[in-house]
Design a protein around this ligand. Structure first.
Ligand code: DGL
Length: 241
C-alpha cells in the first residue's frame, strides 16, 4: 500500500489524455504530471537527444517521490523505454505504444496509423506492425508532421490546416476502418480527425496503459488504499517563444 503519487510525463498536454484513462481506472491514486513543453516536440528529436530529455524528466518526477512512472508519449516509449528501464532499474515504468495490436485484433482490414516522425520510423513500431498484422490487413504508417505542435498551440485553425496537409495523399479515406492515434496529443483533436475518416473507429493506447499500471501496482502491493478521489499536481517546463 502506498499513497505516493504516480508520475506521468510527456512533451506537453498530450499526456493528459493518458492520465485521463488511468484516472478513470484508478481514481483514488495521486498523480504528478510533468509536461516538458520546453522540449516539445519530441517527435523530431534524435534518439540521443530524447534519451537525455527522458532521463531529466524521470529525475524531476523522482524528486517528487513517485512510485511508478508513466511515459505518456509514444515517441519516447518506442525509442527510449528500454534505456529508461536500464538507467533506473528500481523504478517501475509503463510506456504508451501505438495501439496496433488492438486494431489488428479487431479484425479490420484497412488500418491507418498516425504518429510523429520519431514513432513512425522507430524500429519498435515496425516490430509492432510485423508482430500483429494478419493476412488481408493493410496498415498505412503515416507520420503527421507538426501535428503534435499544432495541437499544443490549441489553435483550431492551425490544427485544421495541419490535418489537411498531412492527409492530402491518403488514398480512399472513406474506406479507412480504423485510425490508430499513435501520439498522445492526437485524441485532443479526435473530432477533427474523424471528419476526414467518417466511417473509421479511432483508437488509442490509453486504456491499455491504465490496465498495465493497475496490474503493476497490484503485483507490487503499491495501490493507494484511500477511499476518496486522489489529487493531481501539474507542472510544465517553460517553452521559449
Ligand atoms: N505526445 C507525444 C507522443 O505520443 C509526443 C509528441 C511530440 O512532442 O512530438 O508521441
Amino acid at each position: 500500500m502506498s499513497d505516493a503519487p504516480i508520475g506521468v510525463f510527456d512533451s506537453g498536454i498530450g499526456g493528459t489524455t493518458v492520465l485521463k484513462s488511468v484516472q478513470e481506472l484508478l481514481p483514488n491514486e495521486n498523480y504528478v504530471f510533468f509536461g516538458d513543453s520546453a522540449n516539445c516536440p519530441f517527435g523530431t528529436k534524435s534518439p540521443s537527444e530524447l534519451r537525455q530529455i527522458v532521463k531529466a524528466a524521470t529525475e524531476r518526477l523522482l524528486e517528487r517521490k513517485v512510485k511508478l512512472i508513466i511515459v505518456a508519449c509514444n515517441t519516447a516509449t518506442t525509442q527510449t523505454i528500454e534505456y529508461l528501464r536500464e538507467t533506473f532499474p528500481e523504478v517501475p515504468f509503463v510506456g504508451t505504444e501505438p495501439a496496433v495490436k488492438l486494431a489488428c485484433d479487431g479484425g479490420w482490414t484497412q488500418i491507418l496509423l498516425l504518429s510523429t516522425e520519431g514513432t513512425a520510423h522507430a524500429p519498435r513500431t515496425e516490430e509492432l506492425i510485423h508482430e500483429n498484422v494478419r493476412p488481408g490487413q493493410t496498415i498505412v504508417n503515416l507520420p503527421c508532421l507538426g501535428l503534435a505542435e499544432a495541437i499544443e498551440t490549441r489553435d483550431l485553425t492551425k490544427i485544421r490546416e495541419n490535418l489537411k496537409e498531412n492527409f492530402k495523399n491518403v488514398q480512399n479515406p472513406e474506406e479507412v476502418e480504423v485510425v490508430i492515434l499513435g501520439c498522445t496529443h492526437y485524441p485532443l483533436a479526435k473530432a477533427e480527425i474523424q471528419k476526414f475518416f467518417p466511417k473509421a473507429k479511432l483508437v488509442d493506447g490509453g486504456e491499455g496503459v491504465a490496465r498495465q499500471v493497475k496490474r503493476l501496482l497490484e503485483e507490487r502491493g503499491l495501490l493507494n488504499p484511500a477511499k476518496k478521489r486522489g489529487e493531481v499536481e501539474y507542472f510544465f517546463s517553460k517553452r521559449e517563444e
